[in-house]
Design a protein around this ligand. Sequence first.
Ligand code: FAD
Length: 407
Amino acid sequence: MLWKKKRLWSPPAPLKTSYDAVVIGGGLHGLATAYFLARNHGMRRVAVIEKRYIGFGGAGRNTAIVRANQRTQENLPLYKEALDLWPVLTRELDFNLMFYNCGNLNLAHSEAALKAMRLQVATAQFHGVESRLVDPQECKELVPALDISDRPRYPIYGGMYHPPGGIIRHDALVWGLAKGAAKHGIHIHQGTEVTGIGVENEKIVSVDTDKGKIHTPRVLNAAGAYAAAVSYQMLRIRLPISVLTIQAMVTQPLKPLLDHVVSSGSYHCYANQTLKGEIATGAHMDSWPNYTNQTTAHYIKHQAEALTEMMPCLKGIKFMRIWGGLADMTPDMAPIMDGNDHVQGYFMDCGWGYFGFKSSTVTGKYMAQFMATGECPEILKPFTLRRFEQHRLMGETAALVNYSPDN
Ligand SMILES: Cc1cc2nc3c(=O)[nH]c(=O)nc-3n(C[C@H](O)[C@H](O)[C@H](O)COP(=O)(O)OP(=O)(O)OC[C@H]3O[C@@H](n4cnc5c(N)ncnc54)[C@H](O)[C@@H]3O)c2cc1C
C-alpha cells in the first residue's frame, strides 16, 4: 500500500516482555546507541523507550552547530571523530542530514581572549583538528557583515577560525537515525514512559514502563534533562547535573549574508544562516535551574542588541520564532559516560549540556561498543561519574566562560 511505502520506519511492534537492552530516551544519544548496537554488534533485540516522541528533548530543539575545536585533550578526539562521521553516516543511513560545512568563527574582544584562543588553537592543531587564529581584517573577509571598527561596545580583536565545522539539520538526524535503527530491527516505542528500573544482586534485571514490565540485563540512561531524575529516583545514584533552559530564535528569511557560524562570548551570542535563509541565533543559558521550555522577553531583547552590535546590517530584521529547551549541565561541562560501575548492566550517557548534538553519533558508536562488549572503550574512560568524587574535573568550562558560549 502507498502509505506503507512512505513511512520512514515500519509501525512499532508491540512492546515485548524481554529485550537484550533497553534505551531510555528517544533523543539523539539513545537513537544513535541503538543504531550502532544493531549495526556494529548485531544486537537487534533492543528497545528505545521514549515518553513523548523521538526528538522531543534537546535533540529537536538545538541550533544544530557541529564543530571539533573543543579545549581539552579528552574531549577533542571524540568531537573530531564525530565531525568525520557526518559524510559516512549520510551515505550509510541513506538520509540527507543536510551537513552544511560552512566553518565556525569565534570572535575575541580582548587581548586576554586572544591569548586563551591561542592555547585552544594549539591544542586543536596538536590533535589534528583544523583551527587557526585570524586577525580582524580576516574576520571581516570571512563574515563581511561584521563591524570591525572601534564603534561597538566590544570591538573585535581577532578570532578563532575552524573550517571543518558547520551545521546539520537536527530533525533530519533524528529521523535518519530512527530509520536506520528500525531498519536493523530495533523497536522504537514512543509515548511510553520508563517508571522504574529493577535490580537484583546488584545487577539490572528489568525496566518498568507505563505499558508493562520488560526483562533485560542492560539499560542505558539517555534521558537528557531527565537523566539525573531517572538515575536517582530509580536507582538512588546521584548525578551532579543541573538542568537549565536554553533559548534560541530565528529571524525572517533573508538573502544569503552569513556563510559561517559566528559566535562571541562577550556578547553572549552566536548565529548562523540556515539553508532556508533565516538567521538562527542563541546565547547563554538561563542562570537558574528549572525544567521549563518557556521563553522570555529579556532574551529577545538581548539577542537583538547583541546581533545588531556585531552585524549592524541586521537592524530592523524581524524575529519570527523563539523556543526553549533544557540542558543537562555537569560542573565541568563535560558529559558522563559510564557503565557497569555502580550497578552491573546500568549504563549512562548524559550531562551533555550545550554539546550533545555534535557528539551524538560518535558517542552512540562507543556506548554501543561498551554495552555490547562490557569493556569501556579507551576514548570514553575519562568521562566516568567517579571523576567528580576524585576531583578530576575537565577544563571545558573555561573554554566557554572565557570567550565562547558557542554551541
Ligand atoms: C536551544 C538549544 C540549543 C542547542 N544547540 C546545540 C548546538 O548547536 N550544538 C550542540 O552540540 N548541542 C546543542 N544543544 C544541546 C543538545 O541539544 C543536547 O545536548 C542533546 O540534544 C542531548 O541529547 P540527548 O539524546 O542526550 O537528550 P534529549 O535529546 O533531550 O533526549 C532525551 C529524551 O529522553 C526522554 N525521556 C526522559 N525521561 C524519560 C523516561 N522516564 N522514559 C522515557 N523517555 C524519557 C525525553 O522525552 C527525551 O526525548 C542545544 C540545546 C538547546 C536546548
